[in-house]
Design a binder for this molecule. Sequence first.
Ligand code: SF4
Length: 462
Amino acid sequence: MEHEQLIVFPRRGGSVFAPERAKAFGDLLQRRQDHIRKLQWSIVAVYLFLLVIPACLPETEVRAGVFDSLARFAEALFWGVWWPGVILSMLIFGQFWCGLLCPDGTLTEFASRHGRGRKVPGWLYKPALPLLLFSLITFYEHSIDAFHSASMSLLIIGGTSLASLCTGLIFGRGKRVWCRFVCPGAGIFSLLARCAVLHFKVDRVAWDAAPGPAPGGVDCPPLLDVRRLKSNEKCNMCGRCSGHRQAVALSWRWPGEELATLEPEEVRGWEAAGILFVLIGLLYAVAHWNGSAWHRQLLAALRHGIGDTAFWQAEAPRWLFSRASAHADLIDALAALASIVGMTFALGVLVGAGLLFAARGQKKLADALAYALIPLSGIGLALGAMEYSLSILADNGVSAWRVLPWLRLAGMSTGLIWSISIAQRLLRRWRGHSERQTFVLPLFTAVAGLLAAAYQFAPIPA
Ligand code: SF4
């Protein structure tokens, strides 16, 4: 009995990883929703300022004096700090960004409190919709080089915010229907967050044993069934359910625990395809097509084949292909788009075929192994975003490219070990479901190693 009391009472001054610290932080979030709301509206104000003001200024003013500094600061903050920071935070801690800080989440929830409150229609229940939207937007924003244009950033990022506001005005009563069913970023975040070391853990026995009647339902913004919550997939980590019925607590877990304990019925074919073709293929392609030998050869071949007609030498429409038009002409634009599409599919197909070979043709097992690649490809994605930060620094006269190989080596080593350890645990658990497992882990390690090498030696953007 004495021993039990020692465990139950919180220790003072223990490690930050102590269970009671995580639980206390979750409870703090639950108690301080008023402060969180103020923080969220401050972020909305800064976000709108940095997004709208540079885009509203005439081009000549944007490029001069204080406005030039503001536009560069906004670019550096959005793409150089925010994007890599969000990716890493998702991978390590879960979707706290979504629940606590995201301006789109704040706007859609606010609109939903004052909107029409309609039921979520059946056509929004398409689990692959966020990933599909994310792919289309990523492809488009990289084609038009939205990063370097204030008006294009406003069009894409601001357009997404407007869509979240409209979704809130129409659907749900004070909920985040946008975040749960539509948000394109959530398509990727929901994959990364499953590696996180923090999650809201629900004790079903304590929940059911709590004295009734239930003290009001949980105000879960993305409309989750908290009692049955098992995954970080859609949890926004807002903390509102913390302590509910003495059964919900923010808790630590082993990195990648959720992936290593996947059951066959939890593995989805469309999601495995999303990991291969979007998280790995598309996000590698958009970060590294420019400057690749693939792109140079394609461009040379196109110029040699069709480059001498007036039509192909016309400047590409700026609104559609601003990156290409900045370089040259329609052929340049075509080569850029073909490079992105080609690299996306080549990488997705090669890694998918490698996993199928490793799993000795067992599709379900190959799909499960695709999930084990999330840490490696998530770190690859974060590295691609950091490389963009380095290019922003280089544009401002600070060259830090020398750190890149070491940064990649550290990231890829961590990602490789992390992915292999998940695959190892997953295979151990799946021994009962799948008979033919000899050599699966060594072959998976070879596939993951080749992927890590692709990130390590990826071309640096020209
Ligand atoms: S389950 Fe819902 S209420 Fe609980 S932290 Fe996640 S998003 Fe918030």
